[in-house]
Design a protein around this ligand. Structure first.
Ligand SMILES: [Zn+2]
Length: 141
């Protein structure tokens, strides 16, 4: 039975307020009043680490540049997704970014397919001299 051991309270609890406002139950470091999360020597290190790798990192964060994108067109949407993917690719690679990249890539692929079909259809219509503003007639009509 290891249950009793797991529930054993820390001999010297850290006691610092956690994010939820409750006292921290982690054990204080041997040479400190606080645990390895709340000791002032480590707090700055944690902040620097999350600045370096988080979503707010310079370059990766910030608004997306929409200049020159007409979001009412497939081409504009394609550009938007491509720029979003580029931004994501600058972030630290982890499960979160990987799944975001996967989702965007899938949508980008769908748009590229649609745009390709549209282009080919337009080329066919041009070659067949079909007016695009009137309903197409089947040849046997
Ligand atoms: Zn603590």
């Amino acid at each position: 039975m290891t249950e009793a051991k797991q529930h054993r309270p820390a001999l010297r609890p850290c006691g610092a307020a956690t994010r939820h406002g409750l006292p921290c139950k982690r054990e204080a470091l041997p040479d400190s009043e606080r645990c390895d999360v709340h000791d002032p020597r480590f707090v700055e290190k944690h902040r620097a680490a999350s600045r370096a790798g988080g979503w707010g990192r310079a370059g990766g964060g910030g608004p997306l540049d929409l200049a020159g994108l007409d979001l009412n067109t497939l081409e504009g949407l394609r550009g938007l997704l491509a720029r979003a993917l580029e931004k994501l690719a600058q972030l630290r690679f982890n499960e979160k970014t990987a799944s975001a990249i996967g989702g965007l890539a899938q949508q980008l692929r769908a748009i590229l397919q649609d745009a390709d079909l549209e282009r080919r259809l337009a080329a066919l219509e041009k070659a067949a001299d079909v007016p695009t503003d009137t309903p197409r007639r089947e040849p046997w009509e």
